[in-house]
Design a protein around this ligand. Structure first.
Ligand SMILES: Cc1cc2nc3c(=O)[nH]c(=O)nc-3n(C[C@H](O)[C@H](O)[C@H](O)COP(=O)(O)OP(=O)(O)OC[C@H]3O[C@@H](n4cnc5c(N)ncnc54)[C@H](O)[C@@H]3O)c2cc1C
Length: 486
């Protein structure tokens, strides 16, 4: 099988990549789920960009760097922020309609932003964006999309990527291409509590690692402070926009407590709020309280969250909402330059799987949807330099099959990561996690046959091991990486 471009993943980064490349050749877009999938469709809060009157690039850059603990790559941050308005324009050209009134955009406020700069579509921004992009993809004659098709590995020889290998039902397919775009999202499922979908098993990170791609900053996992505390491994997010609109965090006695730790209170950066809640949870449960904003406002500003919660038995207008932190976003990933190029020739990466340096040690809220549009649009600047697809090249095809003997380790792995490589880390805890993960990883690498659930599990183990290794290497706390015994 051959095509000009392979795009792996159909979240916002994959869809934006496919639509950009489709002007230059045939695109094969592959997703292990449906076309509208991944974390993108779950994004509630919105997308940050400097489009308001009382805002400036400088302020957005400063906020991004403050949230990232000044570990960010300044030139990449500047690039991201300055291309925000054109990314919004491109999304609007694709049919996305952000909320507006007669004066202009209705801009939301989120923690650690010093201006109202969050464009949104009520509280289902991600879904509304990916639906529109998917509509364009379905219509585009240059794009073929394969759903329920599982990416296994890159076809790499001498540090050059010739395409990718997929599993469709019980068959393994090799596809050759001029270039391959990785957009498989994050790895939140390595943790017991996560806001990420079940599909976030780090397949892209693990395959990139196997192929020899440079990967960095995996220790910076952002934990969202406020997921609904509910009995489910994929926790429902209570968007930061709720705190942005004035919600309080209270303990079991009904007392606000975040100010005791940080004068910015509920709008402190995410890592601080997550840790403060984590500590407060040692005394009892923690709740989000937005009852004072009233039913009319809440139903209008957060219609989907309101309805979803009501379905679970919580009325935002009258009830306290039990919350817990949960693994939410991977700040590090496959290292890319400003054009999305990795260290492997003809292999690009975009979105959450990539690490351009914009997020530093912790992501500023609503910058990730922006990143997932701004960087893929860069492809049009480099597409002319890409080689033709090779006529013929043989790569080994693994046998379908494999073992299920490891299926019970997933829960154990998630628990180990939550307790030992989670919000608050100790060297001792990380070392004990590492020795178990190393053992599992080495054993599982011996199995050469492939099936989806086995490979996903193997990828989870590899990712957990890589995260732990990175965390152990960083001796001091920084941003989202918090170590207590050094
Ligand atoms: C609940 C929630 C709320 C969020 N809210 C916001 C917000 O308001 N603003 C903001 O900026 N960010 C938000 N984020 C973060 C943001 O949504 C993500 O960082 C961003 O959407 C990532 O986009 P992506 O395209 O890189 O990955 P994803 O959207 O996760 O897409 C990954 C794609 O890769 C596919 N895939 C994965 N593995 C394979 C494989 N092996 N084979 C084939 N396909 C594969 C998946 O099926 C999917 O199609 C939120 C995240 C979550 C979880």
């Amino acid at each position: 099988m051959k095509t000009d471009f392979i795009v792996i993943g159909s979240g916002i980064a994959g869809l934006a990549s496919a639509l950009t490349l489709a002007d230059y050749g045939k695109v094969l877009l592959v997703s292990k789920e449906n076309l509208v999938s991944g974390s993108s469709r779950l994004a509630q809060g919105g997308i940050a960009a400097v489009v308001g009157e009382n805002d400036s690039f400088r302020s957005h850059i400063e906020d991004t760097i403050t949230a990232g603990a000044a570990y960010n790559d300044l030139s990449e941050v500047r690039f991201l922020v300055e291309h925000g308005p054109s990314a919004i324009e491109w999304l609007e050209e694709q049919g996305v309609n952000f909320d507006r009134n007669e004066q202009g955009y209705l801009l939301g406020q989120e923690a650690a932003h010093h201006a109202r700069r969050i464009l949104h579509i009520t509280d289902f921004t991600g879904f509304a964006i990916v639906e529109k992009l998917a509509e364009q993809v379905r219509r585009h004659t240059n794009i073929t999309y394969l759903e329920n098709t599982f990416f296994l590995d890159f076809l790499v020889e001498n540090n050059c990527c010739y395409g990718a290998q997929f599993l469709q039902w019980n068959s393994v397919i090799n596809c050759l291409s001029r270039s391959t775009i990785l957009a498989t999202g994050g790895l939140g499922q390595i943790y017991q509590w996560s806001t990420n979908p079940f599909s976030a098993t780090g397949d892209g990170i693990a395959a990139a690692f196997r192929a020899g791609a440079k990967i960095k900053d995996l220790e910076f996992i952002q934990f969202h402070p406020t997921a609904l505390e509910y009995n489910s491994p994929v926790l429902f997010l209570l968007s930061e926009a709720i705190r942005g609109e004035g919600a309080y965090l209270v303990n079991e006695r009904g007392v606000r407590f975040v100010q005791e730790y940080d004068s910015r209170g509920e709008l402190s950066p995410r890592d601080i709020v997550a840790r403060v809640i984590y500590l407060e949870q040692k005394q009892g449960r923690v709740f989000l309280d937005i009852r004072h904003k009233g039913k009319v406002f809440l139903q209008e500003r957060f219609p989907n969250i309101y309805a979803y919660l009501l379905n679970l038995g919580f009325d935002m207008a009258t009830d306290l909402l039990p919350v817990t932190p949960a693994a939410h976003y991977l700040c590090g990933g496959v290292v890319i330059d400003i054009y999305g190029r990795t260290n492997i020739t003809n292999l690009f990466a975009f979105g959450e799987v990539s690490c351009s340096g914009v997020h530093g040690a912790n992501r500023l809220a609503s910058n990730s949807l922006l990143e997932s549009v701004v960087f893929p649009r860069q492809l049009m600047k480099v597409v002319g330099d890409l080689p033709k697809v090779v006529e013929e090249k043989e790569f080994r095809i693994p046998e379908f099959g494999g073992t299920i003997q490891y299926s019970d380790i997933k829960k154990e792995l998630q628990k180990i990561m939550w307790e030992k490589v989670g919000i608050v880390r100790t060297k001792e805890g990380m070392l004990s996690a590492y020795s178990q993960l190393e053992k599992w990883d080495e054993e599982m690498q011996k199995e050469q046959r492939v099936n989806k659930s086995f490979v996903e599990l193997k990828n989870l183990v590899t990712c957990a091991r890589l995260v732990t290794e990175s965390a152990l290497r960083r001796e001091k706390s920084l941003g989202a990486h918090y170590v207590v015994d050094r």
